[in-house]
Ligand binder design. Structure first.
Ligand code: NAD
Ligand code: HSO
Ligand code: ZN
Length: 430
């Protein structure tokens, strides 16, 4: 694999656009085919999923999608104790970090004399967590999606995950579900899972919100059901932007670059630096490593969204960083905390030479469900806030209403809504 340094200033508009849009172009290309599947599920429910998964299990019935206690027991027999132990360590850090995100449960203030206004937190009644599983297993995504929902106080947490031959779910995923305390797990993947969670079927009750990562099919489906249910963010094919100055070590950066690309043919990695020497050294290191790497059949395809970029100076590198709005941003500079002050858009940020992205993928406690394809310009990564609604309330004394009466009636009449004004006058005359 030969990548060559490219100067940002010399990129053609087409190349720049492709680097910036990355997986979002793939997601938008499959909206029509994904919508066909979702519409079918909305109309025919379980029957569509049974037809789709008949190829995995001949005598399939809709009840078989629900994972049984026996399947969880079988899963534990296949998962080494060592993995269970480390899933629990990761879970502990995720719970610690996400518990710190809990807001004041309720607060109120006197906006003006006699006008009390407040806000309270109410957890969602239900959440559906999509846990991917085709090109890799994702027990870590089980923890990243379920635990924040549990911390938020969601009563019904449901998991869906794609099954293999024989309608069998990944044992690591099932064990992680058990550790996180979820009992309602369905063996369904891609748009079939998203459709069932969004519209409900005879055997699966619809949820209030669908969260969790996935490939372009999952991401397209989530974006299409938004409005019917809430979603977290377009958390699609993984990506990393490495922002480095001359302090960066090529042997670390080359592996960090490839580590996110191994996820998916639509994944992306970009290095941006002001140091042409570092850019060249990282290209050379990737070329040296590549023949020794696993998963190159996936990475070969993802290379279309990969680049080693040289900026005029670090200010220009930072400008690119804020435009790229990466899912994961590594800051490998002489003073990463200073650089952090200038970063406005990224899903999760990894600072210094000892914090590669896999740290947050698994165990530092931050969430790995993050917006991709420039969605970090407007979305945040998954957090406890995703599972909490915040209704506001107000209580007024008669004097409080009187002090605002003219303001409200004037504005109501200006908007051409006289009955709004009557509600106020009637009370003040009483
Ligand atoms: N952004 C994030 O927060 C984040 C976190 C973890 C993982 N990820 C990403 O999750 C993804 C996992 O992908 P995966 O493929 O291993 O598992 P997946 O579960 O996301 O996708 C597999 C499913 O895709 C569906 N599918 C496949 N081909 C299809 C087609 N032609 N039409 C309709 N549906 C189809 C099938 O239902 C299949 O079960 C990767 O892209 C990875 O980078 C993202
Ligand atoms: N890098 C992924 C988010 O894009 C998360 C993950 C899970 N397992 C390994 N990595
Ligand atoms: Zn990863």
């Amino acid at each position: 694999m030969r990548l060559n340094p490219e100067k940002i200033a010399d990129l053609s508009p087409e190349r720049l656009d492709s680097i910036l849009r990355r997986s979002m172009q793939d997601v938008s290309e499959i909206y029509n085919s994904t919508k066909t599947i979702l519409d079918d599920i909305r109309q025919r429910g379980d029957a569509v999923n049974v037809e789709h998964y008949l190829k995995l299990k001949g005598d399939l019935k809709a009840e078989h999608f629900l994972v049984t206690p026996q399947e969880i027991e079988d899963a534990y027999r296949q998962v080494p104790d060592e993995v269970v132990k480390h899933l629990k360590i990761a879970a502990k850090n995720i719970v610690t970090f996400h518990t710190a995100q809990l807001d004041r449960p309720q607060w109120q203030m006197e906006v003006m004399p006699g006008i009390i206004a407040g806000r309270k937190n109410t957890p969602l009644d239900s959440a559906g967590c999509y846990v991917p599983g085709r090109r890799a297993a994702y027990p870590s995504s089980v923890l990243m999606t379920i635990l924040p929902a549990v911390v938020a106080g969601v009563k019904r947490v449901v998991v869906t995950t794609p099954p293999d031959e024989g309608l069998v779910a990944n044992p690591y995923t099932l064990v992680a579900c058990d550790i996180a305390g979820v009992k309602e797990v369905y063996k369904l993947g891609g748009p079939w899972a998203v459709g069932a969670l969004a519209y409900g079927t005879d055997t699966i009750t619809k949820v209030a919100k669908i969260v969790g990562p996935g490939n372009k099919y999952v991401t397209a489906a989530k974006m299409l059901v938004y409005g019917q249910v809430d979603i977290d963010s377009p958390a699609g094919p993984s990506e990393a932007l490495l922002l480095a100055d001359s302090t960066g070590r090529p042997e670390f950066l080359a592996l960090d670059f490839l580590s996110q690309v191994e996820h998916d043919p639509d994944a992306a990695a970009v290095l941006v630096t002001d140091d042409p020497g570092l850019a060249q050294a990282v290209c050379d290191e990737i070329e040296r490593l590549y023949p020794t790497m696993p998963r190159t059949e996936i990475m070969d395809q993802a290379m279309r969204y990969c680049a080693i970029l040289v900026a005029e100076d670090m200010e220009a590198a930072l400008e690119f960083t804020n435009t790229y709005a990466a899912e994961h941003l590594e800051i490998v500079t002489a003073d990463p905390f200073l650089t952090l002050q200038k970063v406005r858009h990224a899903g999760s940020i990894f600072m210094g030479p000892w914090a590669p992205v896999p740290v947050g993928d698994y165990a530092s406690g931050t969430n790995h469900v993050l917006p991709t394809g420039q969605a970090a310009l407007s979305f945040s990564g998954l957090s406890v806030d995703d599972f909490i609604k915040k209704p506001t309330y107000q209580y007024l004394t008669k004097e409080g209403l009187a002090s605002l009466g003219t303001t409200i009636t004037t504005l109501a009449e200006a908007e051409g809504l006289p009955i709004h004004a009557m509600c106020i006058r009637k009370r003040l005359e009483s």
